[in-house]
Design a protein around this ligand. Structure first.
Ligand SMILES: C[S@@+](CC[C@H](N)C(=O)[O-])C[C@H]1O[C@@H](n2cnc3c(N)ncnc32)[C@H](O)[C@@H]1O
Length: 221
């Protein structure tokens, strides 16, 4: 079955926050460190990670419900109790869920090949907005990672602007280089495989939460 490519996250329906279930309900061992994947699509990336790292919990959030249903079906078939896929618009539903995590529990966030929304008038539909970044900054442990990647330079640069306009993250260098040449988790996402097969450029950047106390009103609050 084909799924519609994009949904408008700013439409009225997607502006209503969903109450996401507590970590104690979705994970068998809720105390494990958490990796959050924003825009998890069919979930292949997290399914592989969760199989490989049973002492981590993985949460995939996705705004297209049919993709969540199919990812959850596979998760159930594989009996993975350290993984969950939830349907929501992260821009309105994630912040409350993050508030219920234990201190230092959120270790990693990945935002990979987000929908580009090329027209200027649609930039507000892009997933990484300052408000979301601030929620992540308030929850990530010191040293916790935000990994971003895209096959579009303008899109990755706009994400970098959002992260660097905040005072809470430092860019990680790899042998002195700003861009990573491979996915640091050694597993490719669906879009990453598509881009690799077509030899498209891929821009990958890693940021770490620094030790600045979160006070919300940084540069981009
Ligand atoms: C281009 S796809 C990339 C999927 C996957 N990360 C990959 O690399 O293969 C971007 C995904 O982000 C989802 N998405 C876009 N905006 C979102 C939002 N506000 N909340 C949750 N998911 C969103 C889209 O539905 C889509 O599945």
């Amino acid at each position: 079955m084909r799924h519609r490519q994009h949904v408008n996250p700013l439409s009225q329906f997607f502006q209503v926050p969903f109450s996401l279930p507590d970590k104690a309900i979705i994970f068998e061992e809720p105390q494990y460190p958490i990796h959050l994947d924003i825009g998890s699509a069919r979930g292949n990336f997290l399914i592989e990670l969760a199989s490989k790292y049973p002492k981590w919990n993985f949460l995939g959030l996705e705004i297209r419900e049919p993709l969540v249903i199919s990812a959850e079906k596979r998760r159930n078939q594989l009996g993975l109790t350290n993984l969950k896929f939830l349907f929501c618009n992260v821009n309105v539903s994630l912040d409350k869920w993050l508030l219920n995590l234990d201190h230092n529990q959120l270790h990693r966030v990945s935002i990979q090949f987000p929908d580009p929304w090329f027209k200027r008038k649609h930039f507000k539909r892009r997933v990484l907005q300052p408000y979301l970044l601030n929620s992540l900054a308030s929850s990530l442990r010191i040293g916790g990672e935000i990994f971003i990647q895209s096959d579009n330079l303008e899109v990755i640069e706009s994400m970098i602007d959002v992260v660097e306009n905040s005072c809470y993250f430092d860019r990680k260098l790899f042998d002195g280089l700003k861009w990573l040449d491979k996915n640091p988790y050694k597993i490719y996402t669906e879009r990453e495989i598509y881009a690799l097969e077509r030899e498209l450029p891929i821009y990958r950047a890693m940021y770490c939460r620094n030790s600045k106390l979160f006070i919300n009103a940084c540069n981009n609050a």
